[in-house]
Write a new protein. Sequence first.
Length: 278
Amino acid sequence: MSYRLVKSLVSGVLRRSRKASITSGVETAPPANLFLLTHKCGNNYVRAVLRDEPTFIQYQTDELRGQMPGPYIGDAEVPPLEFANIRCRNFSPLSLEKTLQLIDLSKSRFFLFVRHPASFFRSAASYHVRGTEKWATRTQYDYLGGKTLTQALNDAENLEARLKISMRHFGLLWSMPANWVACYRFLTGLNADVTVIKTEELFSTGDEAYFESLARHLSHDGFEISASQLMAASPRFMKSLPEHSTGEFKKEPLDGYEGEALKIYKDAFTPFEEFFYA
């Protein structure tokens, strides 16, 4: 897996996203907070913060609908909302077009959750060894010799081998972290209000001012949330880690990367690391 291949993938996503026609601001479309989330990057945090909010709703691409309980924005049975907090899972610039047609873009704010790529790949490897998620234990992949992701990770002889599997699966097949960069450029190209949230900082900081600043930006157009609500859902303020957490965010990003795994990471993913973590 080379950086050239990954770079080509990102370029293709960006070219296609520029062709998308954006038509938002429908008369009935509400202002919103959109939480742009990918695997192991704050999905459960956002759900923990907002699950009891009447404004909380989900957006999911058609092929992934049903993996999470609704309600979903755009569903006929969902009443009109004066404000929406939208949890967008496993998105891409192409899937954002439909979402933007359902909100008032001029009054909406985007919160893009990212993670240091090296930490992300290690966390994904550590998590899917457990076999917690059905898709990782049922879907077989040719590149893994017909094995499921969980089976391949468990059969790997060491951490270096597991990291190589994780980078190939999530970095190449799932286009992460390429999609983080592509979506940021896509939204800033629309002059959208975008805040980048680094998952490690969100989960590790004890600075109340950090959460107060985030709460102020989330609170607009009649919706209000407090710093204490945001802090309560962070692992930093919990007695023990949530079940879905691997605790990898506590380690140095490149911890455990050696040999070929380190070379692959530096060749293919350093540019994405530098985009958000320079």
